[in-house]
Structures are given as C-alpha cells and as structure tokens.
Design a protein around this ligand. Structure first.
Ligand SMILES: [Zn+2]
Length: 276
C-alpha cells in the first residue's frame, strides 16, 4: 500500500519537475527575471506540498499504532509497579505476623512461669495476683492469635491480587508484542520512502524564502487535510471548492505572485503544475 502511494506521488513530483524545466525555458523568453523566480517559487511550494502530503499519507497508514504501543508500555509499567508494591506489603504483613507470634510465645512462657510460681505461693493475695497475670496473658494470646488470623487472610488476598495482576500483565505483554510487530512491519515498509521524502522536502525548504515557508506551514497547520497549496480545479479552489472569478484565475495562471484563496486562505497555483 505504501509502495503504491510512493510511486503515485513520485510520478507527480517527477511530472512537476519536468514541467518546471519546460516552463523555465518558455518564460525565459518572455518574462523578466523576477517573474521567473515567482514561477519557480510557486512550483517549489507546490512540490513541497506534494511531498508533505505523501509523508502525511504514510503517517495515516501508521495511524494510532505508535500511541497504542506507548499506552500498552505505560500499562505494563503500571502493573509491574503494582506487583512490586503488593510484594512489599506482603513482606510487611509477614513481619507483623512474626511479631504477633513472638508475642504469643512470650505470653505462653509467662503463663508457664506464673503457673510454677502459683505452686509455691505463701498466701492468697500472691495466688490471686498471679491468677490475674495468668488471665491477662491468656487474653494477650487470644488477641494476638485473632490478629494473626486476620493478617493471614490479608496476605492470602494480596497473593490473589498479585496472581490477577500477573495474568493481566501477561495479556498486555502479548498485546504489546503484536502491536510492536505490526508497527515494525509498517515502519520498515515505509521508513525508506519517508526518509527519502523528508530529505527532498528539506532540500526544497532550503530554497524557499523563510517568510513564505512560514506562511506555508501556518496554512498547512490550519487546514484540515494538510493542504496549503492547491491548484484551480474546474474554476474552483482545489482546497475549499469555492468558485474563483475568471480574472483571478488568469492571474493565478500567470504565476507572477503568490495568490491565496479569498475563502480558505490556501495558496492557489496554476492547474498545469499538477499536469491536470
Ligand atoms: Zn479555497
């Protein structure tokens, strides 16, 4: 597809260049030097337009793919970060569990110790005091075991989350590979054409006076179809299709100055430039 576009456009440019040479010799006979440079100026602009349009076409073929690849890469980074964060949270929860288990061990040891002491008490007061301690340590074990259970459930949930994210991540990675492959195929097909066109466009740009080039870029930027230079087609502007009065058409044909469409502001050039 890209190859086809390139050939068509190349032919167009070729035609324009060939005509340019003919026009040069014809004009040289009858026109002044400034007229001659006007014709060349307009021809260069038109040639630049054709090349820029070809590059636009290539970019259209590539379409949204570069953006889609970028989006997938961003999503993958997001999922990776999410997994890393969840792994960290599990680690922290694990150490919280370890701490609670330590609390249980300490309480159990204290219970053993208090029970031993209870066997050798001298009075009821000492016995009651130890009973209170035993009761307290019992509650301590209960509380910590409840928390350990809750933390365990939290860890399980986080592990499920990681598994789910890993599944999504794998899907995104497959999608990314597919999109990248698609983009690479299109890019490798068109890369040479694009480079060639860009080089030629650069060459032409260097020949056009900066002020005119700025105007061209501005019009092109504002035009929906990227057309800044159009030919007259069936007595109308080739950009907005509004009728052009005969006298104006005559002026355009003479190519003595830069004439813009009074409706859309595009630069109008002789239909012969396009070989139409
Ligand atoms: Zn117009």
């Amino acid at each position: 597809m890209a190859e086809k576009i390139k050939k068509t456009e190349a032919k167009k440019v070729e035609k324009t260049s060939a005509k340019s040479t003919t026009a040069k010799s014809e004009t040289q006979k009858s026109a002044t030097l400034s007229d001659l440079s006007s014709v060349n100026k307009l021809r260069l602009l038109y040639e630049l337009q054709i090349i820029d349009s070809s590059v636009d076409n290539i970019k259209t073929i590539r379409g949204e793919l570069p953006l889609e690849v970028q989006d997938l890469e961003d999503e993958i980074i997001g999922f990776d970060t999410r997994i890393k964060n969840t792994v960290q949270e599990i680690k922290e929860t694990d150490s919280a569990v370890a701490k609670r288990k330590g609390n249980v061990e300490t309480a159990k040891n204290l219970i053993k110790k208090y029970e031993e002491q209870q066997k050798n008490v001298r009075n009821n007061r000492e016995f009651d005091s130890l009973s209170k301690e035993l009761e307290f340590q019992g509650l301590e074990i209960e509380l910590n075991e409840k928390l350990i259970k809750e933390l365990g459930a939290k860890i399980k949930e986080k592990k499920r989350e990681i598994e789910a994210t890993k599944t999504m991540l794998a899907d995104k990675k497959i999608a990314l590979e597919e999109k990248k492959k698609e983009l690479n195929e299109i890019t490798s097909e068109t890369a040479n054409d694009e480079k060639e066109l860009e080089n030629r466009a650069e060459e032409i740009r260097s020949l056009i006076e900066p002020r005119l080039l700025t105007a061209y870029n501005k019009i092109r930027h504002n035009a929906r179809n990227g057309l800044a230079v159009v030919t007259v087609k069936r007595d109308a502007c080739g950009g907005c299709f509004n009728k052009i009065p005969p006298q104006r058409q005559l002026d355009i044909k003479l190519s003595k100055k830069v004439i813009v469409c009074e409706y859309c502001g595009r630069i109008l050039v002789d239909a012969d430039f396009a070989g139409e």
